[in-house]
Ligand binder design. Structure first.
Ligand code: SF4
Ligand code: SF4
Ligand code: FES
Length: 345
């Protein structure tokens, strides 16, 4: 028998991790440190960071625990996108890198920085508390612990995917509105709120909904879909946001908040003209007094620059408006039927 040695060739190369550094006790501003290490294919970003911490620079600070995409603690921005370090392959990131052989590692955005790659989660937890992101049981207190409070499998399937959220805050980090307004409720909290509000065991649906439609709430979302594209668990966050909005209009009416009025005005325009009548949209949304107080200076500037939208009588219906109206009627008819079906269940 011949003595055969089987040799496995493992691809390896030098990789540079450009890591965001900031220690508030000694640094006046953040900076980046480069760490170049030899790595084999198949290594995750978290394992590479652990290697750097153990063998190169013990002061590099980051959070991690399960190393299996379960706890959510290792979320960070890798090559500019928020994701989990423990489920991200170094080789995949090398393919995505703008600078050959360099992987950029930064902390999540939209949460206060504590040190290096570690951010403060308290603002997010505070919003979860504010919006009661738990099932507030309808079961009378004297029955607690005596029997189970069951739901049907069919009901569970309606929020099954939402329960996958591991609170990693990647969606929070990518939210475009949060970058402008830190008070905004945030996509993760909207997702949790929706999940609690459709749970038949919950007893504070209306109270939670009333909080969600206030300023910096569900109506501030711009539908950019960034949160959903980023979600590390592929949760359809936008379905939750649309679900809360539909629920708000159904239960609280279209005159309830500026967000609901805006949605109604938007739908009206599309149904009638197939496009927006922008000149009157702010008035129909927020009323004359608000519009005069807040938008008059901008209106003057637009007049000077000759960029004012046309007055309503001059807004002509879009080409093919008859076909569009027919489609619009069909679409809204489907939505109404869906709602009737749901409420009849
Ligand atoms: S869709 Fe809404 S919640 Fe999601 S990132 Fe954009 S603004 Fe934020
Ligand atoms: S919704 Fe997705 S991205 Fe956002 S916190 Fe939950 S798991 Fe993370
Ligand atoms: S360490 Fe737990 S999700 Fe990455």
């Amino acid at each position: 028998m011949s003595d055969t040695t089987i040799q496995h060739h493992v691809e390896s190369r030098d990789v540079t991790f450009r890591v965001h550094r900031f220690n508030p006790q000694v640094d006046s501003k953040p900076y980046f440190d480069d760490y170049t290490i030899k790595l084999e294919k198949g290594i995750t970003v978290l394992r590479a960071l652990n290697y750097i911490k153990e063998h190169v620079d013990s002061t590099v600070t980051f959070r991690a625990f399960c190393q299996a995409g379960i706890c959510g603690s290792c979320a960070m921005r890798i090559n500019g996108i928020s994701k989990l370090a423990c489920t991200t392959q170094v080789w995949d990131e090398l393919d995505r890198s703008r600078e050959t052989g360099i992987i950029r590692i930064e902390p999540l955005r939209n949460l206060p920085l504590i040190k290096d790659l570690v951010v403060e989660m308290d603002p997010l937890v505070g919003k979860m508390k504010k919006h009661s992101n738990w099932v507030d049981s309808r079961m009378p207190e004297d029955e607690w612990g005596k029997k189970e409070f069951l739901i049907s499998e069919k009901e569970f399937l309606t929020y099954d995917k939402a329960t996958d959220c591991i609170l990693c805050a990647s969606c929070v980090s990518e939210c475009t509105i949060l970058r402008a307004h830190q008070e905004y409720v945030s996509p993760a909290v909207l997702l949790k709120s929706y999940r609690m509000n459709v749970d038949s065991r919950d007893g504070i649906h209306d109270q939670r909904l009333a909080g969600l439609v206030k300023d910096h709430g569900v109506w501030d979302c711009t539908h950019c879909y960034r949160c959903q594209e980023t979600c590390v668990k592929h949760i359809p966050i936008m379905d939750a946001i649309h679900g809360i909005r539909e629920d708000a209009i159904e239960r609280r009416g279209t005159k309830d908040t500026s967000g609901a009025r805006h949605a109604e005005a938007f739908m009206d325009d599309i149904a009638k003209k197939g496009k927006l009548v922008e000149a009157t949209l702010p008035i129909r949304t927020n009323g004359i007094a608000w519009t005069v107080k807040n938008l008059l200076p901008m209106a003057f500037k637009m007049v000077l620059k000759r960029r004012t939208p046309p007055p309503p009588p001059l807004v002509k219906a879009s080409k093919g408006i008859d076909a569009l109206r027919k489609e619009f009627r069909e679409m809204t008819g489907h939505v109404t039927k869906d709602h009737q079906k749901k409420s009849g269940e």
